[in-house]
Design a protein around this ligand. Structure first.
Ligand SMILES: [Zn+2]
Length: 265
């Protein structure tokens, strides 16, 4: 049984075992055992299949070629796919190849209209039903300081992109570069300034990481500096995220900020 060798575009979801789990060569208790997985280990689910019912639950997960485990011994699925995986996301780029953000019009068209009233501190009160688009995800290397959050809210259409990036960072041992999680969905204006347009955080398509070392209007941390995000940048870009460290002019640098900029979701 060789786990964790499925290409990312074929991994349906990830989950964690909740107890010691037998792995069998077919989806049923009569299947031959081919291995065991300890409690609280991460698994890649390639496919959900119907098998023998155990305690009334007949859902099994295929976790590798000819390797199945009973879903009842696993936690919730964190989906990495929505059927639209593309290895070359459709994005707009600057002349230097870096990815530009979507316009407000595009954000509205792709992710939905937000009706709101503004507060003095730059936050907004959402007055339509936009919030029904938000879903909770549990990145595999959370919780992180400073809030110790174990989950975050993102737009349902952005969920697979966030999940894939976070999972790949963990798989490539790069999650250690993400020191702090400083926010995803937040209903507010850009830079908490109510005279500026809505922040992409309001749509749940942006995340802030390592804020202390990658502050707004400052040069982002370099490769050899504390809090650098350069090792994780290629994974975000491959999924179609624009990076605030590429914003122009330099007064707008926002090195903590990654936002989804795909036109094809
Ligand atoms: Zn941000």
């Amino acid at each position: 049984m060789r786990l964790f060798e499925t290409p990312i575009d074929r991994v349906l979801a990830i989950t964690r075992t909740t107890s010691l789990l037998n792995v069998r060569n077919r989806p049923g208790v009569s299947g031959e055992p081919v291995g065991q997985v300890d409690a609280l280990k991460m698994l890649e689910v390639v496919e959900r299949v119907e098998g023998d019912a155990v305690s009334g639950n007949d859902e099994w997960y295929r976790i590798a070629e000819d390797a199945f485990c009973w879903s009842g011994g696993c936690g919730e699925l964190e989906f990495l796919q929505d059927g639209k995986f593309r290895t070359n996301p459709e994005v707009r780029r600057r002349e230097d190849g870096t990815i530009t953000t979507l316009s407000e019009e595009e954000k509205i068209r792709i992710f939905g209209r937000i009706e709101y009233t503004s507060k003095d501190n730059g936050a907004i009160e959402i007055t339509n039903d936009f919030r029904r688009n938000l879903v909770r995800i549990h990145p595999p290397f959370f919780p992180l300081p400073p809030y110790d959050a174990s989950s975050m809210f993102v737009h349902v259409k952005a969920r697979p992109s966030f999940q894939r990036v976070f999972y790949l960072l963990m798989k490539h041992d790069l999650a250690r570069f993400v020191k702090t999680y400083d926010g995803a969905f937040t209903a507010r204006h850009m830079a908490w300034n109510k005279s500026r347009p809505l922040s992409s955080h309001s749509w749940g398509i942006a995340v802030d990481l390592n804020a202390r070392d990658n502050g707004y209007g400052k040069e982002p941390a370099k490769e050899d500096e504390n809090g650098t995000l350069l090792p994780v940048l290629p994974f975000f870009e491959a999924e179609g995220f624009a990076w605030g460290g590429h914003f122009k002019p330099a007064a707008y640098f926002d090195g903590m900020h990654f936002e989804l900029a795909r036109l094809d979701i």
